[in-house]
Design a protein around this ligand. Structure first.
Ligand code: S3P
Length: 452
């Protein structure tokens, strides 16, 4: 059962006073997906600590099981994966249900593309609206045969090519999912598969492929990063620790910045530079965020964060920072709603094809609760309150999008009347325990009178 089954679950949060305390956030979603996929392709046992047990990652686990991997969660919470080896994926006997997860879909399409199997991919209403042409194009060039629904969408069926044809692919969109799909397809392809990335995106696939023993090189060239993976790879099983997800930490971080008097700590947060743009932007707006005990966990930089309420000032966010914080714009819009003056954010066209059209969803959600927003084709301009509470007093739709649901719920923490998110169930895709964590910091879940 996923969040799109059953009845909607409204959510409204409030804060009677400052947020305080120390919390952790669940494991990184991107790293969790890749841990399961690469573990399932290694021969032997991969052990994963800190795996995100959100619906998106569970969809990846179920799909890898359907293709032959043995994946179990131990009683101690660690996950054990026995892989089938590169080239060893089996024909799935049922359609692969990707739920809400674009990452599962696009990366697994990459894996299927170079195996001699046929797989059908299905997903929920949100995922079935999202473009898959961006992976269909390169994987088709490698020899996979793909029949998609109109517009290059799910449901789709694909048959992998074996042997697949190695490709040199220049990414036409700044997308880690597309990059990863091609690199994963390259694992079981003879010769070298090359991805040229003009604009850098999150590099977990490169770090983890190298960690699992693939021959992978990254070269900085005038045309961008050139990533080469040598095919017919043999992956060695690993013992991994997944750091806390910076994209999840963004929600309590902004909550503490906007609720007056707050002072919180968030421990074990991944700070890979290809992911950590939000912290730089919030600091440029005046945020009080300090990093403690910067360390390495499983090949990723990690730190504990100390966040204190601070007056924020609107800025113009440099568009070149977008890939390093692409999932954080909904919650940055909330920070901007409480800043002094205008925050100008452009270069966000990719936000229109996430779990929802995040520019439209946040522009209408925020304006319904009294925030001054100006929607642009590729971004948003928000004029903030200078720290005052917003009006609130409306029910706002989450559009089947976990990050919209969490962002609007956080906006309601400093509002004169309740902000009611119509359906909080999508939060379980990436952040099970979000409400409990906010309650530990002192937020209150409003009773049924507020939410009905
Ligand atoms: C992800 C890449 C990003 C991001 C998504 C996770 C990944 O998508 O939005 O949440 O794990 O590779 P794009 O590659 O489409 O930008």
């Amino acid at each position: 059962m996923t969040h799109s089954d059953g009845v909607p679950m409204p959510l409204s949060l409030s804060a009677d006073g400052p947020l305080a305390g120390a919390v952790t956030v669940p494991g990184d979603k991107s790293i969790s997906h890749r841990s399961l996929m690469l573990g399932a392709l290694a021969v032997g046992e991969t052990i994963i600590t800190g795996l995100l047990q959100g619906e998106d990652v569970l969809a990846t686990a179920a799909a890898m099981r359907a293709m032959g991997a043995d994946i179990v969660r131990g009683e101690d919470g660690r996950w054990h994966v026995h892989g089938v080896g590169v080239g060893g994926l089996l024909q799935p006997l049922v359609a692969l249900d990707m739920g809400n997860s674009g990452t599962s879909t696009r990366l697994l399409m990459g894996l299927v593309a170079s195996h001699p199997i046929t797989a059908t991919f299905i997903g929920d209403a949100s995922l079935s609206r999202r473009p898959m042409g961006r992976v269909i194009d390169p994987l088709g060039q490698m020899g996979a045969n793909i029949t998609a629904s109109p517009g290059g969408r799910l449901p789709l069926m694909m048959t992998g090519a074996c042997p697949a044809v190695p490709l040199r692919y220049v990414l036409p969109v700044a997308s880690a999912q597309v990059k990863s799909a091609v690199l994963l397809a390259g694992l079981n392809t003879p010769g070298d598969t090359v991805v040229v990335e003009p604009v850098p995106t999150r590099d977990h696939s490169e770090r983890m492929l190298a960690g699992f023993g693939a021959h992978l090189t990254v070269e900085a060239a005038p045309e961008g990063r050139i990533i080469t993976v040598r095919g017919e790879a043999q992956l060695r099983p690993q013992t991994l620790t997944v750091p806390g997800d910076p994209s999840s930490a963004a929600f309590p971080m902004v909550a503490a910045l906007v609720v007056p008097g707050s002072d919180i700590r968030i421990s074990n947060v991944g700070l890979n530079p290809t992911r950590a743009g939000l912290i730089d932007v919030l600091r440029a707006m005046g945020a009080d965020i300090t990093l403690h005990d910067l360390r390495d966990v499983g090949g990723e930089p990690v730190a504990d964060l100390h966040v204190r309420h601070a007056p924020l000032t609107g800025i113009e966010v440099p568009p070149e920072m977008v890939p390093s914080m692409v999932d954080e714009f909904p919650i940055l819009f909330v920070a901007a709603a409480f800043a002094q003056g205008r925050t100008i954010m452009r270069g966000l066209e990719e936000l229109r094809v996430k779990e929802s059209d995040r520019i439209a969803a946040m522009a209408s959600g925020l304006s319904a609760i009294g925030v001054m927003t100006q929607e642009l084709a590729d971004g948003m301009i928000i004029t903030g309150t200078g720290g005052e509470a917003i009006a609130g007093g409306a029910t706002v739709p989450a559009h089947l999008d976990h990050r919209i649901a969490m962002s609007l719920a956080i906006a309601g923490l400093h509002a004169r009347a309740p902000v009611i998110v119509d359906d909080a169930r999508p939060i379980a895709t990436s952040f099970p325990g979000f409400v409990a964590m906010m309650e530990r910091l002192g937020a209150r879940r409003q009773g049924p009178a507020a939410v009905h």
